[in-house]
Design a protein around this ligand. Structure first.
Ligand SMILES: [Zn+2]
Ligand SMILES: [Zn+2]
Length: 341
């Protein structure tokens, strides 16, 4: 039996590089040789053993890119040799969301890397229908950022940016940075981003973003730029109790709040501010397929290389994960094609 190396979640706090059999593809599937796969905040809860759906043993990873090496039949325009990423959502097809054009908020939404083996491995098998072609010249490190970039594209698409002068982004992790870059690329004159970590503010500044400490500094800057009114739109990308508490004070009357941050438990929100200022609060979960295509087309125009702060070989996946979990860095990638000497 042919074997391969994969990053396996083996139980609470156990992530190991393990030899497992090479996947055998079915008629509608393709085998992908993985170039790069990123860690995501949601991988932390899987590996901690607290994710409500993920069950060990599981190959993690849903932010991947690679090359098709095997297919049973040519399907659509894709061929072996093509560079691809995966749209990793698995929807039921029957619920209200699925039958009304919103399978990304399916009542029973599942994802590769959570509910089925993902792509942090030398190879991954995936439905051909989930694959999206990447330009040949796109580096693997950028290809692995298409999924988080699609999260940002989706978040920004939740609201019209017409007449938006000031957009505030709370949270300077990968999703916050990408959201700020997408908003800027759409022509928003003032995009402000905040975080509590100086290293993240520095990274944001190196991307040419206006970055300030969360709290008073953010509020002062937003109010200065908006002549005391507040931001036209605020993207909550921190998923923290403090950002939820403060966000309503940072937007103007009739302003919009888009929530991309994933909250692990209910938090306090100032409903009176929502009421008095008629604030519109919108959720934003994952992405639609069209957001992936927009992300693919946009990726090469953004300074994405800087967001990848570390990359590791697959053998070093446990070290890579503890580095990522410390939360001081931005994107940590696994490059399965790279072997330590
Ligand atoms: Zn992700
Ligand atoms: Zn559904």
């Amino acid at each position: 039996m042919k074997m391969m190396l994969a990053a396996r979640y083996l139980g609470a706090d156990r992530l190991e590089a393990e030899e497992i059999p090479l996947p055998v593809i079915g008629d509608e599937e393709a085998l992908i040789q993985v170039d790069a796969c990123g860690f995501c905040g949601s991988d932390i809860s899987i590996i901690a053993g607290t994710h409500p759906r993920a069950r060990a043993p599981l190959t993690v990873g849903h932010e991947l890119c690679g090359r098709i090496v095997q297919m049973k039949s040519s399907s659509g325009s894709l061929r072996p040799g093509d560079r691809v990423t995966t749209y990793p959502l698995i929807s039921c097809g029957d619920c209200h969301a699925c039958t009304h054009g919103n399978p990304h908020v399916c009542r029973q939404l599942q994802l590769f890397g959570f509910d089925a083996d993902g792509g942090m491995a030398e190879f991954v098998k995936l439905p051909v229908s989930s694959l999206m072609r990447l330009p040949e010249e796109m580096p693997g490190t950028i290809g692995a950022l298409i999924e988080p970039l699609a999260v940002a594209v989706h978040g920004v698409s939740r609201t019209s940016l017409e007449d938006v002068q000031v957009a505030a982004v709370m949270g300077g992790g990968p999703i916050g940075l990408l959201t700020a870059l997408v908003a800027r690329s759409r022509g928003v004159p003032h995009v402000v981003i905040s975080d509590i970590l100086p290293s993240r503010l520095e990274l944001a500044r190196s991307l040419g973003l206006r970055a300030v400490s969360a709290g008073a500094d953010l509020k002062n800057l937003v109010m200065e730029l908006s002549h005391g009114d507040g931001a036209d739109v605020l993207f909550e990308c921190a998923g923290s109790a403090s950002s939820a508490r403060e966000m309503t004070s940072l937007v103007r009357s009739r302003g919009v709040i888009v929530n991309l941050g994933v909250f692990k438990k209910p938090v306090e929100i100032d409903m009176q501010a929502i009421n008095f200022k008629e604030i519109e609060v919108l959720g934003s979960r994952v992405y639609e397929r069209k957001d992936f295509q927009i992300a693919i087309d946009l990726a090469m125009q953004l300074p994405l290389e800087k967001i990848v702060t570390h990359s590791f070989s697959l053998r070093d996946v446990a070290t890579a994960f503890s580095q990522f979990k410390r939360g001081k860095d931005c994107k940590v990638l696994i490059l399965p094609g790279e072997h330590e000497s």
